[in-house]
Design a protein around this ligand. Structure first.
Ligand SMILES: Nc1ncnc2c1ncn2[C@@H]1O[C@H](COP(=O)(O)OP(=O)(O)OP(=O)(O)O)[C@@H](O)[C@H]1O
Length: 272
């Protein structure tokens, strides 16, 4: 599979935090969900990918040279809010080399955004929708979302998820989607990259993650009888052991883990 970006041993040091030796690929034609607790290093990683921040070590290949091919949507409005969409559109046409005016206005219509109203009167959802209209109207191939959909209602988020799925229909299009709303990633992501305290915990296809593990709830005695090779992580509770295991052990009760469960097991659980 061709990679949109390859990250090799990326390290970024701050006085109280280190993003440590991250290596992974962003496969083209896919949506990669980036998950991690607050302060895990997701935005730091994104800033390095965007060359807004210089890594201390490591490489990103190919380095992004043509920023027309990239769309970055952060969690706040980046457009001057005293302008209207009509005024902004003229700027976009001169900023972006491959601006598609007709496509932009189609999307503005699809989202029912007002043309002549200043952005400062827009709701958060309207501003995010506008950011997506722009992102999809300049032939970007790589879309990077940093908590862009946080604070949006489920219906708007579903519309945006549909847009992302439409976007990756072209095989050289790729989405890196950082969000705390893991249920959205369960709907659309192909891969999940999980960062915890600056380190990569795993990157795997979502389907493999969902199929490979189960969480078993068992007693201390039952836990002792489990083969060590199958145990990925364990959380010891006063009356129960929560165990992330690789394959189903039908004799005990188990749940299929959600992404949230996997994050909890990897971040709070111990190895045997
Ligand atoms: N410019 C900076 N100088 C010093 N420390 C920084 C800087 N930028 C980020 N950090 C630290 O790096 C750590 C990771 O921050 P980052 O914003 O990357 O996390 P995050 O995973 O995006 O978190 P959240 O989900 O809360 O947005 C934090 O401890 C933060 O204080």
């Amino acid at each position: 599979m061709t990679s949109a970006l390859q990250v090799h041993h990326l390290t970024k040091k701050y006085p109280t935090f280190t993003l440590q030796d991250l290596s992974f690929d962003l496969p083209q034609g896919t949506i990669i969900g980036l998950i991690g607790e607050n302060g895990a290093g997701k935005s730091t990683l994104i800033r390095c990918l965007l060359q807004m921040s210089k890594p201390d070590q490591g490489e990103i290949e190919p380095p992004i040279k043509d920023f027309n091919q990239l769309s970055y949507i952060p969690d706040s409005c980046v457009f001057p809010e005293i302008l209207t969409i009509e005024q902004l559109e003229q700027d976009f046409a001169s900023i972006y080399k491959h601006w598609e005016s007709a496509k932009f206005w189609d999307m503005v219509k699809r989202f029912k955004l007002p043309h002549k109203q200043k952005l400062k009167t827009f709701s958060k959802g309207m501003k995010v929708k506008l950011a997506f209209c722009v992102a999809f109207s300049h032939h970007a191939k790589l879309l990077i979302l940093d908590e862009a959909t946080s604070g949006l209602d489920p219906l708007i988020r579903d519309e945006i998820l549909d847009l992302l799925l439409e976007f990756i229909q072209k095989e050289d299009h790729t989405v890196l989607f950082s969000t705390h709303i893991t249920s959205d990633l369960e709907k659309v992501a192909d891969y999940i990259l999980y960062i915890h305290e600056g380190k990569k915990m795993f990157m795997d296809t979502k389907d493999d993650l969902m199929e490979k593990y189960v969480i078993m709830h068992c007693t201390q005695d039952e836990y002792q009888k489990l083969p060590s090779s199958k145990i990925v992580r364990v959380i010891k509770q006063p009356y129960q052991m929560d165990v992330l295991v690789e394959k189903k052990e039908a004799e005990y009760t188990f749940d299929t883990p959600t992404l949230e469960d996997l994050m909890r097991m990897y971040s709070k659980g111990e190895k045997r």
